[in-house]
Design a protein around this ligand. Sequence first.
Ligand code: CP3
Length: 344
Amino acid sequence: MPQSATKPFIDVLSGPRQVVPPVWMMRQAGRYLPEYREVRAKAGGFLDLCFNPELAAEVTLQPIRRFGFDAAIIFSDILVIPYALGRSVRFEVGEGPRLEPLDDPAKVATLAKHADFGKLAPVFEALKIVRSALDPKIALIGFCGAPWTVATYMVAGQGTPDQAPARMMAYRHPEAFAEIIDVLVENSIEYLLAQLAAGANALQIFDTWAGVLPPSEFARWSVEPTRRIVEGVRAKVPDAKIIGFPRGAGAQLPGFIEATGVNAVSIDWTAEPAFIRERVQSKVAVQGNLDPLVLITGGAALDRAVDDTLANFAQGRFIFNLGHGIQPETPIAHVEQMLKRVRG
Ligand code: CP3
């Protein structure tokens, strides 16, 4: 099939380099867009927006209409899994997520083993709406959080600077902590498979907090659970395209790729280019890694950073993205400037 008849984003995941790299942005549906803020205001709370199929589909499509990205990512959150497991999950404006802490073995003993996927039916419905509305050449990405990152929020009940509560629990009560991880592995497999069935063309596993772990703990709590998820998904869908994002994994990326079998890794802006080219991009596709702060800055600094990113990675299999999510204060004109420079 000629490349133009397929999705450039999927082509890169399964094989050849694209001359112009496909491009999308993590958190591309979000508060930097006035049309998102408008829908968000009428939806009620953040979770109300995630669980309203029409509105979730609408905000998923907004950045595609405005910028023509090569991939859409379904509008949802990694914390819908704890929610479907019956944990209390709230999003306070300006404060981020709040959950009931799961910080001792007695509480873990009461954790449900199986999520109520009926609660997530609106996410699957939104995927169907988006897939049928999207141009066939644009890929639709489904996602989940990696068990380690989801567990950090479940244990602490909120985000913390270095996820000390989850690290402490993993040292003090490794069996109870492993129980949380096992529940998340099993339910994430099922959740990702349901997203594929609803129309997702690729999957991303967000391990935002992988980089706070020492190497042996990284192997146990980040790599191994991700490996099990990839294996579980591929047991049912052998050619499932999966992107890993073990943020801050640095020198441990080659081991992560080898162990998990992901098709691509998303890298943050601290990654060393020659190392990535030689040890990572030689094996899988690479996605990243513009610093979201230079996208806020704009001007010549942004042009330089985009050029550097392309010079570093665009000779190989590459998806242009940010190194982490776009910040709410980012000017839209800077996203346009970035896209023009990437696409020429
Ligand atoms: O990328 C996308 O456009 C798809 C949607 C998406 C959201 N969250 C929407 C969201 C995705 C892929 C996520 C993943 C997510 N959620 C991660 C992993 C990736 C990352 O950014 O590190 C994590 C750690 C979370 C948990 C979470 N959700 C936090 C810590 C917060 C608060 C921080 C913030 O930016 O407000 C959220 C809320 C959230 N998730 C918002 C959005 C658009 C902002 C809520 C709002 O609109 O008020």
